[in-house]
Design a protein around this ligand. Structure first.
Ligand SMILES: [Zn+2]
Ligand SMILES: [Zn+2]
Length: 217
C-alpha cells in the first residue's frame, strides 16, 4: 500500500457566497471549500459544501454552488469511491450535499449532532435524508489509517479539524476553527487554534480561504 503524499489532500472549491448584512464580512464574497483525501482504501471527503433549494440561504448568501460529485469527477476522482465523510461542523456550507452520499458513514462530533435540530444551526433537510448514516464522535479519533479528526470547539461547540499523516509530513485541514490563513498564523489563539498550531503541520488548509500554508523545509 503506497503512502499518501500531501498532494493526496485535494481542495474542492464548491461554492462562492456573498455574506449577508448580519455577517461580519457583510457584502464581501467568500469561497467555500471541501477536501478530498485520496486514501489507498478510498476517498475520505471532508465537508460537502452547500445544498440546493433553500430560499433563505439563496436570498441571504446568493450561493454560486458546484455539485460535489461533479467536483470530484473534475478532480479525476470517482464519487462512488467515497468511503467516509467528515463534517467539520454542521453549518449549511459544510454539510449541504451530504445527501449525495446515502449510506456512506458521516463522522460528526456528538456535540454537533446535539445542535443539528436546534433552530438556526443548520438546514435540517440537508442533514437528515433517507439512508443518512451518522457516526457520532466524542473527542479525537482515527477514522481510517492515517486520517484523524481532532475536536476543536470554538466556532461551534462540536467543530472538528482533520489531520492526514503522509509519507512526506502532516497535512492539517483546519476547517473553520480559524476563518482564514492569516488569523490562524498570527491572530489571537483560542485553545483549539493553539492546539492546531502546536501540531506544526507541513501543509495547512482552510474552509473559507484558498490560501494554503506550507512549512519551509
Ligand atoms: Zn461555520
Ligand atoms: Zn463555514
Amino acid at each position: 500500500m503506497g503512502a499518501m503524499t500531501p498532494d493526496d489532500v485535494i481542495p474542492l472549491h464548491l461554492a462562492d457566497v456573498t455574506y449577508p448584512a448580519s455577517h461580519p464580512l457583510a457584502g464581501q464574497d467568500g469561497p467555500v471549500l471541501a477536501f478530498a483525501i485520496r486514501h489507498p482504501d478510498g476517498i475520505v471527503l471532508v465537508d460537502t459544501g452547500i445544498g440546493e433549494g433553500n430560499e433563505w440561504i439563496e436570498a441571504n448568501y446568493r450561493p454560486r454552488s458546484r455539485d460535489v460529485r461533479e467536483a470530484l469527477g473534475g478532480a479525476k476522482l470517482d464519487p462512488d469511491s467515497v468511503r467516509a465523510i467528515v463534517n467539520s461542523h454542521l453549518h449549511f456550507d459544510h454539510c449541504g450535499q451530504n445527501r449525495a452520499f446515502p449510506g456512506v458513514p458521516i463522522h460528526v462530533q456528538q456535540a454537533e449532532l446535539d445542535l443539528a435540530l436546534r433552530e438556526g444551526h443548520t438546514i435540517v433537510e440537508w442533514v437528515d435524508f433517507p439512508n443518512a448514516r451518522y457516526e457520532a464522535v466524542e473527542g479525537d479519533r482515527e477514522i481510517v489509517d492515517g486520517v484523524s479528526v481532532l475536536a476543536t470547539p470554538g466556532h461551534t461547540p462540536g467543530h472538528q479539524s482533520v489531520t492526514v499523516r503522509t509519507g512526506d509530513g502532516l497535512v492539517l485541514i483546519v476547517g473553520q476553527a480559524a476563518e482564514d490563513a492569516r488569523s490562524f498564523a498570527t491572530g489571537p489563539a483560542d485553545p483549539s487554534i493553539q492546539r492546531l498550531r502546536e501540531l506544526n503541520a507541513d501543509r495547512i488548509h482552510f474552509s473559507h480561504d484558498r490560501a494554503v500554508l506550507r512549512r519551509r523545509k
